[in-house]
Design a protein. Structure first.
Length: 189
């Protein structure tokens, strides 16, 4: 029962307090509160409108950036495709030029070899050839001639242009210079 009594007492006190508030007119305080609330409401609405404008501007900028990005992406794809095609064409051109160069190089080497063979064959009849053609025997490989003169036997290799002795010819030259030459008689029965 004490509890019920306390609740009734509190409720009565609260009702009395509220009635007292209602009886005391405070028009200046209420009007001020209402005016402050209205100002805050206006300020809130203004900020809300500014935020909405800002969001709208951001959306517009995002749309512009998206369009620009898509345009750039299309342009990049177009450039990539064009570049790829140009690379293919240039690769084909490089291959053609390389093949043509190889063919010309091969023809040049072939003609140099033919010219060398002709020079080797005609060498005994040229002024630069210091041996008697009557004493020379053409071998061709690995040495072009051997000259059998009365006082010495000479191994002769004819070269034209910038050609060099090959490895086998250098070896033979070095053996002759080192006097590693022998006479061998072979009898066949």
């Amino acid at each position: 029962m004490d509890f019920l009594y306390i609740v009734l007492l509190l409720t009565g006190g609260l009702i009395g307090f509220l009635l007292t508030l209602k009886k005391t007119p405070n028009p200046i305080g209420i009007e001020k509160i209402l005016k402050d609330q209205k100002e805050k409401q206006n300020e809130y609405e203004k900020k809300q409108e500014e935020n909405n404008d800002f969001i709208l501007n951001l959306k517009n900028e995002l749309q512009k950036v998206t369009i620009e990005r898509n345009n750039l992406k299309e342009h990049y794809i177009s450039l990539e495709k064009k570049s790829s095609e140009e690379i293919k064409l240039l690769s084909i051109k490089i291959e053609e030029v390389t093949n043509a160069k190889q063919k010309i190089t091969s023809q040049k080497k072939s003609s140099e070899v033919r010219l060398g063979h002709i020079a080797e064959t005609l060498a005994p009849f040229l002024d630069q050839f210091e041996f008697d053609p009557e004493t020379c025997v053409f071998i061709g490989k690995p040495i072009d001639y051997i000259s059998f003169s009365d006082d010495e036997i000479t191994f002769i290799e004819v070269k034209s242009g910038k050609s060099q002795l090959n490895q086998k010819q250098r070896h033979i030259r070095d053996q002759v210079k080192s006097k590693l030459v022998k006479w061998k008689e072979v009898r066949i029965k």
